[in-house]
Design a binder for this molecule. Structure first.
Ligand SMILES: [Zn+2]
Length: 129
């Protein structure tokens, strides 16, 4: 089977996910996870979508809505779990040397002057002048 659109989106299944590593991040808590695609497919099946995996990731978040005394307690901050690689065409597991050159802001204007520092005059202690 071929996937005409290589860009991953929430409904992309593991079978069609283009990268080897599936990354999960959260904007609310410090949790994150990098999972190998083959492991995820083995555990949840090749038909599992990224959206449902993100849902699982959110399920373990300290900011998720919790049930207390049978009532759902909504925290002020819901979990911000997401997969940062959705909609991206850049593999997360590509070595930087293979992803080509990128323009970095700043550049020449930010460079330090090239002239050497003025030499510090040393004085010999006890020298006669
Ligand atoms: Zn979270």
């Amino acid at each position: 089977m071929t996937n005409p659109d290589p860009t991953p989106h929430p409904e992309t299944t593991l079978e069609h996910y283009p990268w080897i590593i599936v990354r999960f991040r959260c904007t609310r808590c410090r949790r994150y996870g990098d999972a190998r695609l083959a492991r995820l497919a083995e555990k949840f099946g090749a038909a599992e979508t990224i959206a449902s995996l993100v849902e699982r990731f959110r399920g373990a978040c300290p900011h998720r809505p919790a049930k207390r005394n049978g009532r759902v307690v909504h925290h002020k901050q819901p979990c911000g779990g997401y997969c940062p690689d959705l909609g991206s065409t850049v593999p997360p597991d590509l070595p930087p040397s293979l992803s080509g050159l990128r323009l970095i802001e700043g550049g020449k204007g930010d460079m330090l002057p090239a002239e050497p520092k003025a030499p510090r005059r040393r004085r010999r202690v006890g020298a006669y002048e």
